[in-house]
Design a protein around this ligand. Structure first.
Ligand SMILES: O=C(O)CCC(=O)C(=O)O
Length: 504
C-alpha cells in the first residue's frame, strides 16, 4: 500500500475556529487535534491508571444497555456481521478474550459459550450513549464540531416513540470500544457527513483516501468498493486499487481526528481502545449530502426501471427505497433543511433583538412573537430591520470567504459574528432548495395535491396565485421557504453593499 502523507497534528488549544473552518472543514482536509479532552469525565472514569479501559466501571454503570456488536472476523455483505448483546455480556467477552490472549491460547481452543467460541473478534459499535445516559456528561463536544445540524435536528424531531420502535436514527453520537485487533472496514461516512473521533484510551491506525480518488476503489463492475485494504486485493476484480495512495494517521489517547466528507477510511485498533465519535452536517458539507442523495436516487430509479409501468406509484417507491438504502429520502432532506433554515432565520431575528439594534424588540417579552417563520419573514421584510444587517461582508459571504479583519482575537470562539454565519448557512440552503424544486419528486407531489405540509407555519401568500391553484402543499412549502430566504438574503446584501459604498 502506498502512503502519500500523514494527517497533520495540531494543538487544539492554539487553533482558532476560523483557521479550523478555513483549513480543514471548508477545505475538507483531515486533522488530528490534541489537548481538547483534559476535562472529560470519560477520560477519568473509563480509563485505569495504566491507560487500559476500566471495564469494571463500564459494566457496573452501563452494563444493562443493549448494544450492537460487530464480529470483525465475519463479513456480511459490505459490512461486518452484527450481533446484539448487553454491555455486561460484551465486557465478559472482552475479559475472557484477555485471558485467552494472556495464556497464549488460540481462540479455537476455547468453546465454553457461543460468545467465547472460535474466531470471534467482537467490537462494540454505534452505541447511542448520550441519548441513553443524558445525565452522565461523559464529554463536551469541542467548539470546532459544534455547528452540527444533524444532531440538532434529530434531537428536536426524533420522538421517544420513534426511538423505541427503532424507526430512524435517534442521533449520530456514538461510543465504540473493542480489544486490540478490532477494526472497521473501508467506508465513507453515512450521508457523506463529517465525523470526529476521540480516543478515550488506546491507539488507532487510520488509512484515508482523498475523495477525488474514490473511483479507484470500485470493482470492475463499478458496483462495490474494496472491503479490507490489507487483504490481498485482486487487481482483476479491483483494477484501480494499485494506484491508490493513502493518508495515514496514528491516533493515541486524548487525540481527536477530524474526518472530512467523502474520504474513504479503514480503521484498526492497535490496542484495547475506547472512542467517541459523532457524524455531522452543516453548510460546508451540505452539498456532499445532497449530491449523494441525487446519485443514490438515480441508482434506485435505474434498479427498478423495469417495473416503472406496472408500479402504482413509481416515484413513491423510489423514495421509499432511497430512505431504506441511504438513511434519508428527498422529503426527509427537505424537512431537515426547512428546520435548519427556520433556526437560522429565527436566530437572525433573535440576535437583532439582543443587540439592541432595534429597541422596540429588545425586551425579552417580545421574542416569543418571532417564533414562526411567517412572523420572522414579516419582520425581516420590515424596513425597520435595515439597521440590523452587519456592515462588513457583502457578496463574498456567498462564496464563504471570510472578512480577514474579523475576529482576530477570538481564538476559541466561532470566527464570524453569528449573523454572518447564519447568512452563509441560508445561502447554502437556498442553493440546494432551488435544485430540489426542480426534482420530479416534488413536482409530482405538488401536482397530486396531496395533503402534505411539513412546515405549516410557512407563509403561503408568497406564491403567485395561478401557480398555487396547481401546486400541492409540498411545493408551496418549498417555494415559501425559498422566498423567505431570498428576501432575507436580498436584504442582507443590499444593506451590506450600501454600507460598503459608504465606507468607500
Ligand atoms: O473507530 C472506528 O473503528 C471507526 C470510526 C469511523 O469510521 C469514523 O469515525 O468515521
Amino acid at each position: 500500500m502506498k502512503i502519500i502523507g500523514k494527517v497533520p497534528r495540531v494543538d487544539g488549544r492554539e487553533l482558532s475556529y476560523r483557521r479550523f473552518w478555513e483549513q480543514f472543514m471548508q477545505a475538507n482536509k483531515p486533522v488530528l487535534l490534541t489537548g481538547l479532552m483534559d476535562s472529560w469525565a470519560a477520560c477519568r472514569d473509563w480509563v485505569l491508571l495504566d491507560g487500559k479501559p476500566n471495564l469494571s466501571f463500564i459494566a457496573e454503570h452501563f452494563g444493562s444497555s443493549l448494544v450492537q456488536v460487530a464480529d470483525c472476523a465475519r463479513q456480511e455483505f459490505t459490512d461486518q456481521k452484527r450481533l446484539e448483546m448487553t454491555v455486561k455480556e460484551f465486557v465478559e467477552y472482552w475479559q475472557a478474550h484477555h485471558q485467552l490472549s494472556n495464556k497464549g491460547h488460540k481462540e479455537e481452543d476455547f468453546d465454553s459459550s457461543s460468545l467465547k467460541m472460535t474466531q470471534h473478534l467482537l467490537y462494540l459499535k454505534d452505541w447511542h450513549f448520550v441519548k441513553e445516559y443524558p445525565d452522565y456528561v461523559a464529554y463536551e463536544t469541542p467548539v470546532f464540531f459544534e455547528d452540527d445540524w444533524l444532531n440538532l435536528y434529530l434531537d428536536e424531531t426524533c420522538t421517544k416513540t420513534q426511538q423505541e420502535d427503532g424507526n430512524g436514527q435517534s442521533d449520530y453520537r456514538f461510543v465504540y470500544m473493542g480489544p486490540k485487533g478490532t477494526w472497521t472496514p473501508l467506508h465513507a461516512d453515512v450521508l457523506r457527513s463529517y465525523s470526529w473521533s476521540a480516543n478515550i484510551c488506546g491507539y488507532k491506525l487510520w488509512h484515508l483516501l482523498p475523495p477525488e480518488k474514490t473511483s479507484l476503489l470500485y470493482d470492475r463492475h463499478k458496483k462495490n468498493t474494496v472491503y479490507d485494504i490489507y487483504d490481498d486485493i485482486s487487481l482483476v476484480q479491483f483494477p484501480g486499487f494499485s494506484e491508490t495512495g493513502w493518508v495515514e494517521c496514528e491516533q493515541g489517547a486524548n487525540e481527536i481526528l477530524f474526518v472530512p466528507s467523502g474520504w474513504y477510511h479503514q480503521v484498526t485498533n492497535l490496542e484495547d481502545t475506547i472512542s467517541i465519535n459523532h457524524n455531522w452536517l452543516n453548510a460546508c458539507n451540505l452539498r456532499w449530502n445532497w449530491n449523494l442523495l441525487l446519485a443514490d436516487y438515480s441508482e434506485t430509479v435505474e434498479s427498478i426501471e423495469d417495473i416503472r409501468d406496472i408500479a402504482e406509484n413509481f416515484e413513491e417507491l423510489c423514495q421509499r427505497n432511497l430512505a431504506a438504502n441511504s438513511g434519508m429520502n428527498f422529503e426527509d432532506f427537505f424537512k431537515f433543511l426547512a428546520n435548519i433554515a427556520g433556526h437560522n432565520l429565527n436566530a437572525l431575528a433573535h440576535n437583532a433583538c439582543n443587540n439592541g439594534v432595534f429597541p422596540a424588540l429588545s425586551s425579552p417579552s417580545s421574542l416569543p412573537e418571532l417564533q414562526t417563520a411567517n412572523e420572522i419573514q414579516d419582520e425581516i421584510q420590515n424596513e425597520k430591520w435595515s439597521m440590523v444587517w452587519p456592515t462588513t461582508i457583502g457578496n463574498r459571504m456567498r462564496n464563504g470567504v471570510h472578512d480577514k479583519s474579523q475576529a482576530k482575537n477570538r481564538s476559541k470562539s466561532k470566527t464570524w459574528d453569528d449573523d454572518q454565519q447564519h447568512v452563509f448557512n441560508l445561502c447554502r440552503i437556498e442553493e440546494i432548495l432551488a435544485e430540489m424544486a426542480s426534482q420530479e419528486y416534488f413536482i409530482q407531489l405538488a401536482r397530486s395535491q396531496e395533503v402534505y405540509n411539513p412546515l405549516p407555519h410557512l407563509p403561503q401568500e408568497s406564491l403567485g396565485t395561478d401557480e398555487s391553484e396547481h401546486v400541492g402543499n409540498s411545493l408551496q412549502g418549498l417555494k415559501s421557504l425559498q422566498y423567505s430566504l431570498d428576501e432575507a438574503l436580498k436584504k442582507y446584501t443590499r444593506k451590506t453593499q450600501a454600507s460598503t459604498t459608504e465606507v468607500l
